[in-house]
Design a binder for this molecule. Structure first.
Ligand code: LP5
Ligand code: MN
Length: 248
């Protein structure tokens, strides 16, 4: 009975190998009674639960089938798929989590988040975020025809990639002050997030000398990536379709 955390697969119709990796992860790595947390940017972008394609269909089938193996799955939204909604989750038996969610795991207090809220040095991103998180704007957007929404999302992705070239690596990473604030606010000793695409394990100490650990999940490419808690320890692992696993 293990708990798995993944993020940043960026599933898209243009990258079929990502769906193959996800299928392998679901069918060959997850075992009955495990629990799965998807911490955002599961899709390259999500413009509403009427979004459809072969990839979307296959993904829904894979998630839906988890219930038969008694695997619960949870979704915490990223900056690309925050419009994933109730219809999708009801069809696939997923449960939505708040953007910062504290869960108990053994003796640990684990804070889950996508990671974008920690990037407070990227002010252009934070300005964009505060606009698109407005519920009224999201409702309005969802009224638009699907093809319009898709082309707006494509435009946003293009702008975002151009923006990425203008920023320094430091600006795109988490701000350590934001990390400390969240550890303190939630009295957590573990933090798990993705988003920055810089997988790693960061160790800190709080004022009382208690060790704090921040696990950063990787984005998926030729290899998939997950963090597993087996009841004893956490392992951050890369895998591929040939059953090779490599711990970070
Ligand atoms: O995800 P990642 O790591 O690649 O990039 C982020 C930041 N980019 C974003 C933008 C998203 O990728 C766009 C996803 C589309 C979402 C689906 C539809 C939503 C509709 C909402 C309706 C209410 O988050 C990027 C960071 C980078 O990480 C740092 O690593 O810098 O942030 C930006 O680029 C901020 C930009 O300023 C965003 C630019 C969008 C401008 C949109 C204008 C075009 C609209 C056209 C309208 C006709
Ligand atoms: Mn992200």
């Amino acid at each position: 009975m293990s708990t798995y955390f993944i993020s940043d697969i960026h599933l898209s119709d243009h990258q079929p190998q990502l769906l193959k990796l996800f299928k392998y992860f679901i069918e060959s790595i997850l075992q009955p009674n495990d629990t799965l947390y998807i911490l955002g940017d599961f899709f390259e972008y999500w413009v509403g639960d009427d979004q459809y394609s072969h990839m979307v269909n296959q993904t829904k089938q894979l998630l839906k089938a988890l219930a038969q193996r008694n695997i619960e799955w949870y979704f915490l939204a990223g900056n690309r798929d925050f419009l994933l909604g109730k219809k999708f989750l009801a069809k696939t038996h997923g449960k939505l989590l708040a953007e910062k969610t504290l869960i108990p795991l053994g003796a640990h207090r684990v804070l889950l988040l996508h990671g974008d809220t920690l990037c407070t040095n990227d002010s252009a991103y934070q300005a964009w975020r505060s606009k698109v998180q407005k519920k009224w704007l999201q409702k309005l957007f969802l009224f638009l025809p699907l093809s319009w929404r898709q082309s707006i999302a494509n435009r946003m992705r293009q702008k975002s990639m151009m923006q990425g070239q203008r920023l320094t690596l430091d600006m795109m990473d988490v701000a350590e002050t934001a990390v400390q604030e969240d550890f303190d606010a939630y009295q957590a000793n573990i933090m798990i997030h993705g988003h920055v695409h810089r997988p790693g394990i960061h160790i800190y100490q709080n004022k009382q000398g208690t060790p704090l650990t921040r696990y950063v999940l990787a984005d998926w490419g030729t290899m998939g990536n997950f963090l597993r808690y087996d009841g004893q320890q956490f392992d951050l692992v890369y895998f591929n379709l040939d059953s090779n696993e490599k711990k970070i």
